[in-house]
Ligand binder design. Structure first.
Ligand code: GTP
Ligand code: MG
Length: 193
């Protein structure tokens, strides 16, 4: 993968704008502020390729990032942001559900959770939704730099227990600050494109 060959194909507001292509897709899901855009930036050694948001939860767009003509990474707007209206939340739900259940290009979803905390109810719903539809899922626990080492195995256990984690899925402890987990994430994700 040539990491210098990256581009934003489209910020899609609706299904009609999903790119017509055979490229495989890897989508990123997680609550608002969990670190989805930072994950993309870290994977690609960029500071500001994927937008890290100052207005969380406001973007209702699917951003399709073309990676060296090989794969699209799809940055999905975060869930669980309190200050959105019921109508916006419903629109979000329809958009994500439509994408995850209908998109034939979709190969896997990176489901991001905050390594510091128990998964939220929405985190559990997302993980169980992906399992229900047999969508391959990689759980990435973010912000590991904010968790002292002696808590790592305990936090991982709690997260896995609350998610009802399937032991055949991959679990990656990740940090955009230290790049912890980056190599592991690459070797897992490359299997999907
Ligand atoms: P939305 O686009 O609103 O859904 O948020 P997002 O999931 O894309 O989160 P984003 O990458 O914008 O990160 C949110 C905040 O968390 C930013 O201030 C980041 O700098 C910070 N952050 C993300 N990842 C890490 C990490 O690994 N360590 C630390 N310390 N901070 C992080
Ligand atoms: Mg983002």
């Amino acid at each position: 993968v040539n990491l210098n060959n990256l581009s934003l194909t489209i910020s899609a507001a609706s299904e009609k704008q999903w790119p017509v292509t055979k490229l495989p897709e890897i989508a990123l899901a997680g609550r608002s502020n969990v670190g989805k855009s930072s994950f993309i930036n870290t994977m690609f050694n960029r500071k500001n390729f994927a937008r890290t948001s100052s207005t969380p939860g406001k973007t209702q767009l699917l951003n399709f990032y073309n990676i060296d003509g090989l794969v699209h990474f799809v940055d999905v707007p975060g869930y669980g942001y309190a200050r959105v209206s019921k109508k916006e939340r419903e629109h979000w739900g329809e958009m994500i559900e439509g994408y995850l259940t209908k998109r034939e290009n979709l190969q896997a979803v990176v489901s991001l959770v905050d390594f510091r905390h128990e998964p939220t109810h929405d985190d559990v719903l997302m993980y169980q939704f992906l399992k229900y539809y047999h969508i391959p899922v990689i759980v990435v626990a973010t912000k590991a730099d904010k968790v002292t080492r002696n808590r790592w195995s305990g936090n991982e256990s709690v997260i896995k227990k609350v998610l009802q984690f399937d032991s055949t899925d991959e679990f990656i402890v990740f940090s955009s600050e230290t790049k912890q987990g980056r190599d592991q994430a690459w070797s897992i994700l490359e299997k999907y494109f």
